[in-house]
Design a protein around this ligand. Structure first.
Ligand code: HEM
Length: 304
C-alpha cells in the first residue's frame, strides 16, 4: 500500500539509501531508469500532498478562520513566512516543502527507533523495567497528581532521573543515527593524519560509543548508572555521547525527542509489563536510522 505520504517518503528514503554507493556522473539522475522514474513519481506525489496541506492552511488563514495557519510546526513556519512578507527572510514554497520532509525524516524515524531500542533493552532487563515503573508511578501518575490516565506534565517528566539515564544508555548502545558525515572546510590534521580541504570524513558514532578506551571495560554492557553524574561525566571525554551530535549543527529537536520518548515510555510502563518475544532475532540494521532488521515483537501484560 503506497497511499500515505509518509509511506512514500519512506520509500524515497529507501531508494536514497540503496543508491548511496551507486556510481554517479553528471546528469545520471535524469536517465529514465526504473529507480529514477520511481523516485521522480514518489517525489511528485509527496510534494503534491504537502502542497495540498499547505494550501489548505493558507486558505484558512486568508479566510480568517480561528485555526489560522494551525498551531503546529508547519503553522508557525507559514505564519513567520507570511510576516516576512516576501522579503529577504522569507522562504520559497520549495523550501517549505523541503523543511516538512526534513522534519518528518529527522523527527519521526529517529525518535520511534529510540523507543524501539529502549523497549528492547527494558524488555531484556526486567530489573530496570521495574525500577523505571516505580519511578514513573512515584513521580508522574496523572502529570504528578495521581490520575493514572492523564498525560505526565513537564515537571513530572523532569523528575524521571532513571528514565533519562536509560534513554542516554539506549542512545549510546543503539543510537538511531549511527554515522555522520562532515566535509573539511580547510586543510587540517586529525590524530596525526593530514586531511586536505574538501575531504569528506565519516564519524562512526556507533563504534565510538562502544570504545572501551572511552567508556571503560564495560563499554558493551547495558549500564544506565554510568550516566548518574550527568551526560558529560559518563565517559573519559565530556563529549563522548554523540547521539545528537555536538556543537552548532547538533540536533535541533533533541529536547523534544527526549520529552516524547519519556512521555511514551512513562505511559507504557505504568499500564503494562512487557518482554521481548523469544522469536526476536537480534540483527540491528543501519538503514539511514538504526533499526531491528526483523521488527521487535514484544508481549505486553496489562497491569492491575
Ligand atoms: C532520538 C531522536 C533523534 C536523534 C538520535 C537525532 C539525531 C540527530 C543528529 C545526530 C543530527 C546531526 C546530523 C548531522 O549533522 O549529520 C541531527 C540533526 C537534526 N535533527 Fe535530530 N535527532 C533526533 C530527533 C529529532 C527531532 C524530534 C527533530 C525535530 C522535531 C529533529 C530535527 C533535526 C534537525 C532539523 C537537524 C538538522 C540540524 C542542523 O543541521 O542544524 N531531530 N539529529
Amino acid at each position: 500500500m503506497l497511499s500515505h505520504p509518509s509511506t512514500r517518503q519512506r520509500e524515497l528514503q529507501s531508494i536514497a539509501f540503496s543508491t548511496i554507493n551507486s556510481t554517479r556522473f553528471p546528469g545520471s539522475q535524469y536517465i529514465p531508469t526504473k529507480t529514477n522514474l520511481r523516485r521522480r513519481h514518489l517525489a511528485k506525489k509527496v510534494r503534491g500532498t504537502l502542497m495540498a496541506i499547505i494550501r489548505e492552511r493558507q486558505d484558512a488563514a486568508a479566510a480568517k478562520e480561528d485555526r489560522g495557519y494551525g498551531n503546529d510546526l508547519l503553522g508557525l513556519m507559514l505564519e513567520a513566512n507570511a510576516a516576512a512578507g516576501g522579503g529577504e527572510k522569507s522562504m520559497t514554497m520549495d523550501e517549505i516543502v523541503d523543511e516538512c520532509k526534513t522534519f518528518f525524516f529527522a523527527g519521526h524515524d529517529t525518535t520511534s527507533h529510540l523507543l524501539t531500542w529502549a523497549m528492547f533493552l527494558l524488555g531484556t532487563h526486567p530489573e530496570w523495567q521495574q525500577r523505571l515503573r516505580e519511578e514513573v508511578l512515584r513521580e508522574c501518575c496523572g502529570g504528578g497528581g495521581g490520575d493514572t490516565e492523564a498525560l505526565p506534565n513537564g515537571d513530572a517528566l523532569n523528575k524521571l532521573k532513571l528514565m533519562t539515564m536509560v534513554l542516554y544508555e539506549t542512545l549510546r548502545l543503539y543510537g538511531p543515527v549511527s554515522l555522520m558525515a562532515r566535509t573539511a572546510t580547510a586543510d587540517a590534521e586529525l590524530g596525526g593524519v593530514r586531511v586536505p580541504k574538501g575531504t569528506m570524513t565519516m564519524i562512526p558514532m556507533a563504534i565510538l560509543h562502544r570504545d572501551a578506551d572511552v567508556w571503560g571495560a564495560g563499554a558493551g554492557e547495558f549500564d544506565p548508572l554510568r550516566f548518574r553524574g550527568g551526560v558529560n561525566k559518563a565517559a573519559a571525554h565530556a563529549g563522548a555521547l554523540l547521539a545528537f551530535s555536538l556543537g552548532q549543527r547538533s540536533c535541533i529537536g533533541q529536547d523534544f525527542a527526549m520529552m516524547e520518548a519519556k512521555t511514551t515510555l512513562a505511559m507504557i510502563l505504568r499500564r503494562f509489563a512487557f518482554e521481548v518475544s523469544p522469536e526476536y532475532v537480534h540483527a540491528p540494521l543501519d538503514y539511514l536510522t538504526l533499526q531491528p532488521q526483523c521488527d521487535l515483537a514484544c508481549f505486553l501484560k496489562l497491569l492491575d
